[in-house]
Design a protein around this ligand. Sequence first.
Ligand code: HEM
Length: 431
Amino acid sequence: MVLSSGSDRKNEAGRRREDTKMSEHFVTRYADAEATLRIPDLHQALYDADTIFLPRTVVCLHGKDHIQKKRLFMGVFNRSFFRHYQNHVFPAALKETLDPVIASGKGDMAKFGYRVLVNLVADSAGVDRAHTEKDTDRLLALIGKLGHAPTMGQLTDPSDRDRLLAELEEALEAFRTEFFEPSAARRRELITRVEAGEMDEKDLPNDAITAQLRQMPTDDDLPYDERVKDGAFFILAGAFTTANVLMNTVNEVLDWVDKHPEDRQHLIDDPLLMQKFIWESVRLHPASPITKRRALCPMHLPDGHEAEQDEFVTVDLTKANRNPDLFGEDAESFNPYRTLQGRTPLHGLSFGMGAHSCLGKMLAVGVQITEGNKDAEETEFGTIHMVMEALLRRGIDRDPNRPIKIDESTTRRHFITLPFRLNPELASQPA
Ligand code: HEM
């Protein structure tokens, strides 16, 4: 999961190595990375710089506290949630974002991607909205500001830090009053009605805020401030990562169908092939290029090095995912028809591994699609698949008048703009 573009500046690894006087270990081989992420005595350290927003969220907790919060959220993501989401919530959220694009015949993935994903993930978090573009953009702006939290410790100018801290507090307060509190209040009222026997339990919303209110109802069970931050973090973790993967996938697919036009229709018709394209894109461009841990005690690392207590271990997911010994000599290039030996997933380590592995993987990319389940009505395809299919059906194409712009200063490919048009000649469904 990536929370900001500032944390992955290309020169950052070198700078940190200097700051920490060589006490940081870098893991780049796939097998070592996988084994390292499973070590229980390595504590999450990627977001250490942020002292306000993330410390009590699931991604930073460790041990029992982590297990407790993760279980609660995992309880939300059950099969009935996904089915309801895919069949009811998703089509409405997609339509809401797609309609203006269809009306104008063009769009920009750098806006569309975030809008569609923030709408989808806000529903699973349990954050109610007015369902207008203005409202979506307001939520996006607030969550975007919170995405700067983890980089604060790396700022050299202290006045910048004060300014960002103030902005962060402001964004959290605005998120609380404008989005969180009205959503939580509505849910508290519904829960009271269920408890009074006036409403059926099955009619309660199935989302993260409701789950927390039901299982940890009082502020003694879970402080109010922590609930607000959990709600905001859920949207940040889910929407921003998935939007990044979606943009990279659109970009790779448009290049691919340019050279292999026959695959445009194959992608629409064959969910198994679509998943291969998505996994290949997420392997090459993990939304989080690195993850980082701190040793809680002296230990031997799987790559043969020793780590002292409090030393950092950085796992380079991009490099691990491009190991030629596992992914072949063409590991650096986009080849969705790649086949692998053994049990290595085609998406590599892009969803993490071990205790902190991604909670929302199924929501983003669905279950493993097979010949057996690809046509079944109940199969979960994941949000990226569904957005890609909708865009391909409407003939998504490069816009010849508006070139793409990528911010090359980060290892994570950040699209400044990724324009597209809906080309009626390529559409298999009228735009
Ligand atoms: C393609 C999209 C996604 C990618 C590539 C992705 C990637 C990741 C990665 C690499 C981690 C591990 C971070 C670490 O080890 O430090 C992670 C954790 C997490 N992800 Fe995702 N993620 C995606 C979508 C989502 C979605 C849709 C949600 C929720 C709606 C979500 C929620 C989380 C949460 C809550 C964690 C923290 C889990 C923990 O610490 O135990 N992610 N994700």
